[in-house]
Design a binder for this molecule. Structure first.
Ligand code: ZN
Ligand code: FE
Ligand code: FE
Length: 252
């Protein structure tokens, strides 16, 4: 299987050296992955060593090692993002919304702020940003589609209604949505996106990829086989990998 959302650096918890890359790739083998993609946060751009990942990958001919990036999407910063993406031959790029008007709403400790306001307001703001990220044409994958639920604050309005325009933009742009297993380890305790969103995406013909959002090597491939089971039960028989920004169907 595959895992395209792996943070080699974590939050600068370690360096991008060959030994650390090997530790992640060993875990990819242990987790039975065929394809692993590193997608560190764009804010650590200067600490990345993307060429070294490709070099070390040659020691692992049984693994398809991809190099991607997780970009923190902010409206108005499309041009600097584009310049960054043009400066390396990425295999794929994940567009993620982590902030609303400069508020990093998914950071630990931000829970109280989620409670003090109408959740529908935050959900609307969030999905509006996701829609803009999808329409920007910068990305291949939309990361953790319903991250705004991280502290388990649920909207009054049906989430499918709140997400409708973002979903349309994703469909129109031909983007892929990741099933991100990391939500299970956050207060919300479920994958991103939730099941009824996965179902509506399936109906719309939006394809899926898989990501653990591992910030250390032990989490590489975590719960990925469980997601494959779940997708099969929904009659989804493939997920999408990437090479040189071209999607490749992979049978589950
Ligand atoms: Zn992170
Ligand atoms: Fe993220
Ligand atoms: Fe991430």
């Amino acid at each position: 299987m595959l895992d395209l959302h792996v943070h080699l650096l974590g939050h600068l918890d370690r360096e991008a050296n060959a030994d650390n890359i090997r530790t992640f790739l060993e875990q990819a083998r242990t987790s039975n992955l065929k394809q692993i993609g590193f997608a560190d946060h764009d804010m650590y751009w200067e600490k990345l060593n993307l060429g070294l990942i490709r070099e070390v990958a040659e020691e692992y001919p049984d693994l398809q090692v991809r190099v991607g990036l997780e970009v923190d999407y902010r409206e108005g910063l499309e041009w600097p993002i584009k310049r960054l993406l043009d400066s390396f031959p990425f295999d794929y790029v994940i567009g993620s919304v982590h902030q609303l008007d400069g508020w990093f709403f998914d950071s630990p400790g931000e829970e109280e702020k989620h409670k003090c306001c109408d959740p529908d307001k935050y959900y609307r703001q969030y999905f509006d940003a996701v829609e803009k990220a999808a329409s920007s044409g910068l990305f291949d994958i939309i990361g953790h589609f319903d991250l705004i639920k991280i502290f388990n604050m649920r909207p009054h309005t049906d989430v499918r209604t709140l997400a409708a325009s973002a979903l349309r933009a994703i469909k129109e742009q031909g983007l892929v949505v990741e099933i991100n297993t990391n939500g299970r380890y956050k207060p919300v305790k479920e994958f991103y996106p939730e099941l009824k969103l996965i179902e509506i995406m399936k109906e719309m013909g939006i394809p899926f990829t898989l990501g653990s959002d591992a910030h250390d090597s032990v989490a590489v491939g975590r719960d990925i086989s469980e997601v494959c089971h779940m997708l099969k039960e929904l009659n989804i028989d493939y997920v999408v990998g990437f090479k040189q920004r071209k999607p490749q169907k992979i049978a589950i």
